[in-house]
Ligand binder design. Sequence first.
Ligand code: 173
Length: 318
Amino acid sequence: MRPTLIAGLAAILTVSSAAAEEVTLRAVSAFAEGTEFSKNFERFVEKVNADGKGLIKINYIGGPRAVPPFEVGNAVRTRVVDMANVTGAFYTNLMPEADGFKLNGKPMSEQRKNGTWEYMNQLHSQKLNSQYLARQFHNVPFHIYLNKKIDKIDFTGLKIRVTPVYRDVVEALGGAPITTAPGEVYTALERGVVDGYGWPITGIFDLGWEKVTKYRMEPPFYSVEVNVLVNLDAWKSLSDAQRKLLNDAALWLEGLDSEKEAVIKAERERQAAAGIQALDFGAAASQAFLARAYDVAWQSVIKRAPESGPKLRQLAGN
Ligand code: 173
């Protein structure tokens, strides 16, 4: 070969290997783009792409139009995607104990110190072939929303839309649970297929549910958990610098939970202004409901995951 050609080839190789240092990860969210439980993840993607220029890039494909919510866990396990923003409630088929994550409402700073993160990471590594990068929304509770007025906390005769988050407590209180993805809630309410639904305190305006919601039952219960998972093979293929960038962004993402207190207050006011009436049965009934809600949920987790269930309960401390 002529020296110029060799020099030329060498230049091309140098350029392409420099370019290859920037890794692209494909990511999806189990929640619709731009809605409450995708928004902070989308901010995380922006941050990684800004801070990680030349090092790592997240190609955000979007929400449930890309992968149906209940299939997102399997998509990250099999590396159909490299990264996912998804609640454990959507992958209990692969990890029955994921149903217990909602019962731990401790801040992530604490969970990272007391061994919870590590244990959760181990579970995700074993059962979801994933790195447990971050958990969001520990301070956001759930509610049961209703279209039929009740005069005590009793769901007898009511059909209630659930995911694994609410199934046990709805059944324990006499309701008939009907599982749907979030994308089907509006139609189910509009057609009267269900008389109510479980959902966090935040986010009902995103999909227009205030138009088909009359009541919100008090008290709030459990803790939302939406996790950022990275396929383990993808994770292992990253350099230390790339992993550090993701870990730093993950801590930043968990820190965004501090914004939620104000958001929750505003959301309660917005619901009231939209005509959604709070059904509050007083302190004693609320206490009894909470005790029952935690009790049936732990029983169910421990029954389905006899080894990890008790360990998760011990870590949650309730
Ligand atoms: O109600 C749901 O679809 C659900 O389980 C959930 C979990 C976390 C955040 C938002 C909704």
